[in-house]
Write a protein that binds this ligand. Structure first.
Ligand SMILES: Nc1ncnc2c1ncn2[C@@H]1O[C@H](COP(=O)(O)OP(=O)(O)OP(=O)(O)O)[C@@H](O)[C@H]1O
Ligand SMILES: [Mg+2]
Length: 254
């Protein structure tokens, strides 16, 4: 469904992706983790053609997304929902109008039907009373949730989530985890790629977890194996979140 083959991308004088391979199957929830600045967001941008590889290829639904015709690219990308890292709401539109935007721009649905769908999506993310508010008057976590509602409003086949739970309180973070899992269960064949630093999230929603390090996915394992991995970078990632190699929780303060 999503295939990175030997992808290299240099930004400035930094080789961000360095011969990266990544293969995500239809119906899978793949979680990508890794230190800040390693290229997780850059990876997502390649999938929707906001960035193109210097070498190698990125195939989406079998189509080389940087090489295909504009029409075909639009067709392929119409299957996507994208939650941007910062939410990316338009400041001059209300929350509900932001969420409605993909339906207004890309469908011929009636206004009444659009806003019915919008408020259903807002309810899913706990914002049903906030549709009339402007982005500048809601919190960072609310912006993130509004961005999530917008990402899923067209019932996409593939959703890319860039840090869906960062900046949320733990209860809301788990609500979003459940939402991601529910969406996948409700829609057979739905594929999700989730970038996160949140290990709780990764372990509870992933079919596979990949660790991006120095431009490559160096570990790609199901959660129960990921947590037992002896790879030094995985161990570092787990220990930073107070999890030992044995998979047990350590107390935060000794
Ligand atoms: N448009 C750009 N121009 C130049 N450099 C960029 C650009 N976008 C990203 N980079 C650089 O590429 C590297 C990877 O950035 P990226 O945003 O993918 O990191 P990340 O893994 O998502 O980090 P975080 O966890 O902090 O979100 C960083 O060094 C960043 O400065
Ligand atoms: Mg990022």
């Amino acid at each position: 469904m999503i295939d990175f083959n030997n992808v290299t991308k240099v930004l400035g004088n930094n080789t961000v992706l360095d011969g990266m391979d990544l293969h995500i199957e239809e119906g899978e929830t793949f979680v990508l983790v890794g230190p800040s600045g390693t290229g997780k967001s850059v990876t997502l941008k390649h999938i929707v053609s906001l960035m193109t590889p210097d070498s190698g290829s990125v195939k989406v639904m079998g189509e080389d997304i940087s090489q295909c015709s504009k029409k075909r690219k639009e067709e392929v990308l119409s299957n996507f929902g994208y939650l941007f890292q910062g939410g990316a709401l338009l400041a001059w539109m209300s929350v509900a109008d932001n969420v409605a935007l993909p339906l207004i721009e890309k469908t011929n649905m009636k206004r009444k039907d659009i806003y019915e769908k919008v408020y259903n999506a807002l309810e899913l993310v706990g914002l049903e009373d906030d549709g009339d508010k402007m982005p500048s008057s809601i919190s960072g976590g609310m912006k993130k949730r509004a961005g999530l509602a917008r990402a899923i409003i067209r019932d996409p086949q593939i959703v890319l989530y860039d840090e869906p739970t960062s900046g949320l309180d733990p209860v809301m973070a788990r609500t979003i985890d459940h939402l991601i899992v529910d969406l996948n269960e409700k829609k057979p064949g739905m594929t999700s790629l989730v970038v996160t630093h949140d290990l709780h999230s990764a372990l509870s929603i992933a079919d596979r977890i990949g660790l991006l390090y120095l431009g490559k996915v160096i570990v790609d394992l199901p959660p129960d194996e990921f947590i037992k991995s002896e790879d030094p970078e995985v161990v570092k990632f787990l220990e930073a979140q107070y999890i030992t190699k044995r998979g047990s929780w350590e107390k935060e303060r000794k």
